[in-house]
Design a binder for this molecule. Structure first.
Ligand code: FES
Length: 86
């Protein structure tokens, strides 16, 4: 699916760029400008930026859903706040 018609950027390219950015720096910005910089493109009309932001959000949501919540909690400093039976 083409996300950006000005640059002919596919959804898969946006997702790959987001994964590469996060692999290099988990705290990196995933704003559309950052995604496009990684793809070595520039926004022209920028009407695709909301779609790029949505795709990144969906990708992050999917990743969070795939993570084992118990594993996160056991590593969290907040675990002491969770009741032992909960
Ligand atoms: S549609 Fe992406 S820059 Fe115009």
């Amino acid at each position: 699916m083409i996300v950006c018609h000005c640059n002919v950027i596919l959804r898969a390219e946006v997702e790959d760029a987001a994964r590469q950015i996060l692999a290099a720096d988990p705290g990196a910005s995933l704003e559309p400008q950052s995604i496009y910089r990684a793809i070595q493109k520039r926004g022209r009309c920028c009407s695709c930026f909301p779609s790029v932001a949505r795709i990144v959000s969906e990708l992050l949501t999917q990743a969070m859903n795939e993570v084992d919540g118990a594993a996160i909690l056991s590593a969290s400093p907040l675990k002491s706040l969770v009741p032992k039976d909960g």
